[in-house]
Design a protein around this ligand. Sequence first.
Ligand code: DQA
Length: 149
Amino acid sequence: MSQTVFVINGPNLNLLGLRQPEIYGSETLADVEERCVKLSKDLGLAPKFFQSNAEHEIIDLIHKARHEAAAIVINPAAYSHTSVAIFDALNTFDGIVLEVHISNIHAREAFRHHSFVSARAEGVIAGFGTQGYELALLRLARLLNRSGA
Ligand code: DQA
């Protein structure tokens, strides 16, 4: 049976494809989800995509993942740099956490260089564009002992 992975996206990522395409590309979140779902069939993973602009909703999703998911792939967006509450929520989750940033946060403004979430993540992917989500799923397939990279 496929293992459930929550793919959680934070604020403003609902505008992916429209928002600063020179930084984040022209694909929408729905395009990314479609590619991830296709890839996951071969990996034995079942990704469930979520997006919220509200910190408390992201925390509630992480709590839900405690009972429903083997792993979380999270792009906390701007909350990466501000949210101790999301970090604390991730520490209530026993499964694997991978953090994704579409852009290379280390090559941008200094305030983006630190992420509270990174201290809880098994791995961090930044600057690989939206392909970062697929790379995270490939890594999960390996970590969850399935086929993959
Ligand atoms: C982001 C980087 C963050 O600094 C920014 O606030 C985002 C998106 C990324 O995917 O590159 O909204 O997480």
